[in-house]
Design a protein around this ligand. Sequence first.
Ligand code: ZN
Length: 217
Amino acid sequence: MPLAGIPKWASSRHAGRGSGVRTLEAVPEVGQRMNFDSYTDRVVGIAAALVNALTPGHDGGRPVGMDPAGLSARCAEVLGRVVTPEEAEDLGALAARLHPVFIAAEAGDVDGVAGLVNALLRDYRAAPQLSRHDDEPWHLHFSSTAAGFATAWGAGCATGLAVVVDGQATGRLGVCRADCCDRVYVDVSRNASRRFCSEACLNRTKVAAFRARSRTT
Ligand SMILES: [Zn+2]
């Protein structure tokens, strides 16, 4: 069941249905809209959020808390649903596979991104399915032929990232350029100008640059 108050939920159009094909059961809203369709926006945003919550590194100068006891809670915060310890462990493994995709994208290595995403599509048995129900037009469900909550998310994230590569939009995936921060982001700005994971990192960098200039004048 979803945790109350955290996400807005996607329409029932993307709720898990179908025979033998598992779809993402619900997709919380993450970030703003970007140039892909809104479902892809949210799934790719969640891929970034999983990386930021579940992989070690630094967030705005502070080490990211990797306390195993808090793993399920960190997953729940991203996904807006209670997550069992087993599911959380699998989501952590997924996040570790998603992280290099953002690093390769930041480096401009589109071939590298494509290779990593293809491996994710294979390993999480992504099986996108065109579906039509509830008087809606045909639309794509990001599904997997394999069972399991984290597997469904792995297939969903892989498919969302594949849509990004297909749209020649890997420049929209990035790693924060602030000192002592390596969190990732999805750039939803109109002019693709984002370079930082957060307003805080943007402002910290601006202040540091201002001080450096002040010292030299
Ligand atoms: Zn940052």
